[in-house]
Design a protein around this ligand. Structure first.
Ligand SMILES: [Zn+2]
Length: 438
């Protein structure tokens, strides 16, 4: 590969980029949209009527029964974080969940997909959980209610729902217990002290500790899915923030979707690793270092402005030797979480974005590093892009870097983010990613 193919600054300031991992061709024109990031109210924000406790949507705490049964919750008590698995439904309101892990009522890859294509069977412990849940009157009511809701959403009339036999309704509930499309839901809907509807609680509004717990629960969920369904080859993890990024709920949550393939993007990246084991350093971290795109790091992760993305994109890489999130030590997960958190905090809550996780698939023998991309959904690809396959990104990687750096310094001074090295403090040692080691 020839490095200068991927990143060229033209004399007029246009930055031509090709993503080394996807081949996406992108141009960015410097200064085209040079607005600083602020946390100012979006125009059109409306005052909210404050409710305590918050009950603005089905993900809010008083409405625990509007989501499928809880696989796990994290509870903060006596200075500890406790995980409670498969909580009995009559005890939902005895503790307050800081984070909850539940099935997605509207699965992308359904339980039936696994059943019909692979003869997948719910494992015994999940089957038992379902039976116990339904044997509990609160559980039976919960399941009947959400199945009814789901049938209504599917377009069934009240009469049709009435006539659906109970056995059929309860069979529909299997997906809530044994399905592999899940959500991790945060507690808050709006941020503390919010007065406007645009002041939603974002990843950056958490403390570094809360964000780490959110990450760790997600990592646990990936591992658990692989143990429940042996046909899973990859679990896609993402967070859509705000409607423009595809979020159907304003309330902060991550999603996990189990897949029976890796997808084209991971396939391509694994092929590259096979040809050049150091490719994620060569064309990722080292390349970013040479072009001064690295803007933050700690001992466990590094962050830089990405090249060749349709949207302004921040990339956060684990330095760890392990290729999968759940093979990382706790302090390594914390390190990745702290950089991701710092970036969300520096962006503020008003920028719509997708957070996407990438890592070594379960059945890959070639390792790629765990990394997280944060894509700002601030532009809409239009006709020019469709016709040329050249994408116009409204910001150059350098502009993106320079927008975050001053805010990172300020947040670090205010102790709102964990201690990280910023901009010129970064050591940028060669080959910082250690995934290539056996
Ligand atoms: Zn809510």
């Amino acid at each position: 590969m020839q490095p200068n193919r991927y990143y060229t600054i033209m004399p007029d300031g246009t930055v031509k980029q090709v993503n080394p991992f996807t081949g996406t061709e992108v141009w960015a024109v410097a200064g085209r949209k040079n607005r600083p990031i602020t946390n100012e109210q979006a125009s059109g924000a409306k005052p909210i009527e404050l409710h305590s406790p918050e009950d603005y949507c089905s993900f809010c705490p008083p409405r625990y029964f509007e989501t499928p049964p809880e696989k796990s919750r994290l509870v903060q008590r006596d200075g500890r974080w406790d995980r409670i698995d498969a909580l009995s439904p009559d005890r939902y309101f005895e503790t307050e969940a800081s984070f909850r892990r539940v099935g997605n009522m509207f699965e992308i890859v359904t339980l039936d997909y696994w059943r019909k294509n692979y003869a997948y069977k719910m494992p015994v412990q999940r089957q038992r959980w379902k039976e116990e849940y339904l044997a509990n009157p609160a559980g039976l009511k919960h399941i009947t209610d959400i199945v009814t809701y789901k049938l209504k959403q599917d377009g069934k009339t009240d009469e049709q729902i009435e006539k659906t036999p109970m056995t059929e309704k309860l069979a529909l509930a299997d997906a809530f217990f044994g399905g592999c499309h899940e959500m991790i839901i945060a507690k808050r809907h709006f941020r503390e002290g919010a007065t406007y509807d645009a002041e939603l609680f974002s990843s950056g509004d958490m403390t570094p500790e809360e964000h780490f717990r959110y990450f760790a629960l997600t990592v646990d969920a990936i591992r658990d899915i692989t143990q429940v369904n042996r046909y899973v080859r990859y679990v896609s993890v993402f967070q859509n923030w705000l409607r423009q990024a595809g979020a159907s709920f304003d309330h902060l949550h991550k999603q996990l979707v189990a897949l029976d393939e890796w997808g084209a993007s991971i396939n391509g990246q694994i092929r590259m690793v096979r040809e050049d084991p150091n490719v994620f350093n060569d064309y990722g971290a080292n390349f970013a270092a040479h072009h001064n795109l690295i803007f933050a790091e700690n001992d466990f992760a590094i962050a830089y402005a990405g090249i060749g993305h349709r949207y302004p994109t921040l990339e956060i890489y684990s330095r760890g030797q392990a290729g999968r999130p759940f093979e990382h030590q706790e302090n390594e997960i914390r390190g990745v979480s702290e950089l991701v958190h710092a970036i969300h905090a520096a962006m503020g809550s008003q920028i719509s974005c997708n957070e996407e996780w990438y890592y070594t698939p379960f059945d890959a023998v070639y390792k790629m590093p765990w990394h997280v991309l944060i894509k700002w959904r601030v532009n809409v690809p239009a006709g020019f892009e469709g016709g040329t396959s050249i994408y116009i990104n409204p910001m150059t990687p350098i502009e993106l870097r320079d927008r975050l750096v001053p805010r990172l310094y300020r947040l670090r001074d205010e102790k709102k983010i964990a201690w990280i090295r910023i901009a010129e403090e970064c050591r940028v040692d060669p080959n910082p990613l250690k995934y290539y080691l056996k």
